[in-house]
Write a protein that binds this ligand. Sequence first.
Ligand code: 4AD
Ligand code: MG
Length: 432
Amino acid sequence: MDWVYISQLSKHIGEDIEIRGWLRRKRSSGKIHFLFLRDGTGFVQGIVEKSSVSEEVFRTAKKLKMESSIIVKGTVKSEERAPGGVELLVKEIEVVSIPEYEFPINKPDHGIDFLMDNRHLWLRTQRQFHILKVRHEIIKAIRDFYNEREFVLVDTPIFTGSIGESAGNLFELDYFDYGKAYLAQTGQLYLEAACMALGKVYNLGPTFRAEKSKTRRHLIEFWMNEAEVAYYKHEDNIKLQEELVSYVVRKVLENAHEHLGALKRDMKKLEKIVPPFPRITYTEAIELLQKKGFNVSWGDDIGGDEETAIAEEFDRPVVVEKYPRKMKAFYMQPDPENPDVVLCDDMLAPEGYGEIIGASERIWQKEVLVKRIKEFGLDLDSYDWYLDLREYGTVPHSGFGMGVERVVSWICGLEHVREAIPFARTLYRIHP
Ligand code: 4AD
Ligand code: MG
């Protein structure tokens, strides 16, 4: 008998096959056991009928507990009402192991702390399976997007000696004789170097921020996709972001439809995500917030609640551009029409999922950059190589970073970003 994965069962209707997996749940009556099986590719119901198996097989089915590992042989039967359209008429069961204790995650209403403490086991439940599958499709779509457009993947370092974003939330460590080093907050500075060599580049990797904010959108370790393109200006940059985000949503709707359905995501809302996206300036955003009763004035930060209030006005992601120079990172190009603001944008997801992209045109003139590094109180010496990029063949260039978990949360419709990553690192949690 051939070993077949559950996802492939519909190609084997009427055949005798073998599944290697685990028992998720069991329902029994005197004459029949329903084994809900999983194998990492999907879920299927196996039926053990007393009248059609040996006594021994029926007894084995009876003693199986949740998360027993088993190899099951049987006949694939078409069943319209079943998820995936099939079920399995079980003939034989080979036990690999039966746990001694009851599986801890066995109720629909465990508290979140308990679930996070048991994240290594929680991953096995259906909801987490579907979320991780969507995450996988999102990351695949991101890579396909860049590959189709001749971008080159450039893996940027995780240890760095130059502060990439801001001094406020760095993880600092000792780096041999060198002294202080940091965990990367961003790979951007390295992508800027790489785009001068390869034109269009991107990365996808973990980034680290010692954020003291405990919100449903913040992780300490999160994955970021960044892109950087030589000769791109602010406008080109925004267009690329719109194309990326709408591409990812479209591909996930195509390829992960089943998983979004299982998560009960309202897919009608995702179908609306087509460019161009609405666009407002930071100044207009502040005016909008004031109209909505927020106590904010020009120059104030736009926090989580404010982001939600702005995004509420639109059914697609909204691009908020040209923030005050003083609130943004040192490397952003001032707007030639108004040097108090910079040529940057934040993309805010609809439905209250907050900022999914941070972006800007970069300062490409050496003297302007030196001035800004000093203004920010950063250590000029550690940027010698970064300033070289403005010495040799400097050109305007632009790029952005997209937070993978924020996008996963939005596309899946999650309440909290901790479910969007296999093992979340948050302010109070690094275990398991
Ligand atoms: O806006 P940020 O800080 O931008 C940068 O780091 C730039 N250097 C990127 C670039 O231009 N190459 O971060 C980018 C995105 C945010 O828009 C947000 O989606 C996500 O990363 N992000 C976080 N996601 C989860 N937890 C956190 N603590 C996050 N901080 C930022
Ligand atoms: Mg940002």
